[in-house]
Design a protein around this ligand. Structure first.
Ligand SMILES: [Zn+2]
Length: 88
């Protein structure tokens, strides 16, 4: 585990730790993005590597490719609800 578990500020689901789809040993840094596996909320790591909601400034700083990837992950999670199998 690379970070302390953190609760999603939207649904309160406790995210066990980060998982990078490209590198299992990657360590997140402040400003990196995550997606809640329960509700699909896009989240940002703060300086303490806790997850917070993105600000307008965060969103404006994301490049188009990053936003496209994160949006695709969010859409997939919200369509399939892999953890709850129910609609919120
Ligand atoms: Zn959530």
């Amino acid at each position: 585990m690379l970070t302390t578990p953190s609760k999603c500020p939207t649904c309160n689901y406790e995210l066990p730790a980060e998982t990078c789809i490209k590198d299992a040993n990657a360590k997140p840094k402040a400003g990196d993005l995550s997606v809640c596996l329960n509700c699909g909320e896009i989240l940002v790591f703060d300086p303490d590597l806790k997850l917070r909601m993105p600000t307008i400034s965060d969103v404006m700083s994301w490049d188009a490719d990053l936003f496209k990837q994160v949006s695709a992950a969010q859409k997939l999670i919200r369509q399939t609800r892999p953890l709850t199998q129910k609609k919120l």
